[in-house]
Design a protein around this ligand. Structure first.
Ligand code: GLN
Length: 560
């Protein structure tokens, strides 16, 4: 254990390509630092101009992760929350948009006293002030400030967008003391030619570029398919101005939990400790637990198949936290998780399919699933297919979990087919909401109709249970209320609640007003649950989210 008096920083940059797994590298380093008893937090820098990720398409940029405080942020913050078991704030995601807004606001206030406001020093100072301020916010649920902060800079070194951040980080090492900062650069070692030679040139170039900008990496993490050969490490060390032991192989592993373990085997923990003056080794119980979890994941033979009915464009990152939450729960039921992705438009029986085979296959896959999940979503594409999936799950008694949109879908289906409300729908999915006769789901009155950014019902809210006993309440451990994160504009029509409940679809959790439906559970069904919130954001390895755990338990045949 260490007593840390000054904040220590690990700064992770990347080169060659995006998508090398900088976030996972940074979180894995965070895990190693936690294992020596440090209180670790993290900051993600995204050099784009958007203020936050809330207005960005998940199909372009991956899922929008939602924080307790309602921040809509980059999905890497989800990796940090899961790996480090922390709760971050919107200020832990710095974007160019936020930094410039803040500087411009101060300029308008007159804070710069007549000076010309410039990228250097005003933007770069703002970035450094921001990092110093945010890194001290307690994030582990207690009141104490963290000891160490892992900072990840998005994008690749050399991008025009990221240059003010690189410059700020270069200056930062002098502001807080070089002995308190460890620079980690993540690069790629591709394999070329018939003999499969590991190529070092891209890494040489990116390190040269980084050093040209005034940052000398202490550690170079190389993504590669196979482990880096010893002579390749030697060569990279020679060309990149680091010791050979500071060249780390980040080769493909069987599952992500193995990465901190693989880093530890290569001495990363000791090297970082040396670099920031913390001595060596620590409490290995923590890492031992990781290792056990990582190994267990590889051992499961028996499968559990979950059908995810959504909109797909090939980017599974759009549902990253849902996938993680399913994985956490599948570990808890000792099964190997198989996710069957079903494009919801393929299920829609009301349209003529140009590819009839896709329609047939989609239904075959759905019917083979042990459980069905309809995740969150926006817009009307694919909605009818989801409604059919919800009906099938309800009537065939297949375990179902509907998240946010998935709860709304289940409600629409129930209104149409059990209450006989013809054409029941959500105001979101029709061109003219005013003429919609049976409104199962309506626009929430407090939501802005003119501004899209940051205006949804967002973040952690308390949901009291309004009934004594039900499956989902038991899964949560029988609390009187739960706190989960939200991101939506529409809700179940309060005027229909009584009618719906009379037929057996019960809203077992409602907000404090008792009007807004939050958790739905169908009577007399093995597991048919919907949540207006997104439970996936608070699922953790070893602490799976209860609604997901319920789905998985029911999917493997456990009676709940
Ligand atoms: N589109 C729906 C709404 O805004 C559902 C949102 C979601 O699934 N996150 O209410």
């Amino acid at each position: 254990m260490y007593f840390v008096v000054v904040m220590k920083y690990v700064i992770v940059t990347g080169g060659v390509l995006s998508g090398l797994g900088k976030g996972i590298t940074a979180s894995s380093i965070g895990v190693l630092m936690k294992s020596v008893g440090l209180r670790v937090t993290s900051i993600k820098i995204d050099p784009y101009l958007n203020s936050d990720a809330g207005t960005m398409s998940p199909f372009e940029h991956g899922e929008v992760f939602v924080l307790d405080d309602g921040g809509e942020v980059d999905l890497d913050l989800g990796n940090y929350e899961r790996f480090l078991d922390v709760s971050l704030t919107k200020d832990h995601n710095i974007t160019t948009g936020k930094v410039y807004s803040s500087v411009i606001e101060r300029e308008r206030r007159g804070d710069y006293l007549g000076k010309t406001v410039q990228v250097i020093p005003h933007i770069t100072d703002e970035i450094q002030d921001w990092i110093e301020r945010v890194s001290t916010i307690p994030t582990d649920g207690g009141n104490e400030s963290p000891d160490a902060c892992v900072i990840e800079l998005g994008g690749t070194v050399g991008d025009i967008e990221s240059s003010p951040f690189i410059e700020a980080l270069r200056q930062f090492q002098f502001r807080v003391g070089r002995q308190n900062v460890c620079f980690v650069h993540v690069s790629l070692v591709p394999v070329m030619g018939p003999v499969g030679e590991q190529k070092t040139k891209p890494t040489q170039h990116t390190v040269k570029e980084l050093r040209g900008l005034g940052i000398t990496p202490d550690l170079i993490v190389c993504r590669s398919k196979e482990p880096l050969q010893q002579e390749i490490k030697q060569k990279l060390a020679a060309f990149c101005h680091v010791e050979p032991r500071a060249v780390i192989s980040a080769h493909d592993v069987s599952n992500l939990y193995q990465i901190p373990i693989s880093f530890e085997k290569q001495g990363v923990r000791a090297m970082i400790a040396d670099c920031i003056g913390l001595g060596m080794s620590g409490d290995d119980k923590y890492l031992e637990d990781w290792r056990n979890m990582a190994d267990r994941v590889d051992e499961f033979q028996e499968e559990v198949r979950i059908a995810m009915v959504g909109k797909y464009t090939g980017l599974s990152d759009s549902y990253l936290s849902v996938i993680k939450a399913l994985q956490h729960s599948s570990i808890a039921v000792n099964r190997r998780l198989v996710i069957d992705w079903i494009e919801s438009t393929d299920l829609d029986s009301s349209i003529k399919h140009t590819d009839g085979d896709a329609h047939r296959k989609a239904w075959e896959t759905l019917k083979l699933a042990d459980g069905i999940l309809v995740p969150g979503g926006f817009g009307n594409r694919g909605v009818e297919g989801k409604i059919e999936a919800a009906r099938y799950a309800r009537e065939s008694r297949v375990p179902y979990l509907g998240i946010c949109l998935g709860l709304q879908i289940a409600t629409i289906e129930f209104c149409r087919n059990e209450l006989g409300l013809r054409g029941a729908n959500s105001e979101e999915f029709v061109d003219n909401p005013d003429s919609l006769e049976n409104k199962a789901v309506v626009f929430m009155p407090e939501i802005s109709k003119t501004h899209m950014g940051g205006t949804m019902r967002l973040g952690a809210k308390v949901t009291p249970f309004v009934i004594e006993d039900c499956k989902i309440k038991r899964l949560y451990g029988n609390p009187s209320e739960v706190s989960e994160r939200h991101r939506h504009r529409y809700e179940v029509n309060p005027e229909l609640i009584e009618e719906i409940e009379a037929k057996g679809m019960i809203y077992v959790g409602k907000d404090e007003t008792g009007q807004r439906c939050e958790i739905m559970e169908l009577k007399d069904h093995p597991y048919y649950v919907g949540t207006q919130y997104h439970p996936e954001f608070k699922s953790r390895p070893g602490r799976p989210s209860p609604p997901f755990l319920g789905l998985l338990k029911a999917a493997v045949g456990e009676v709940l």
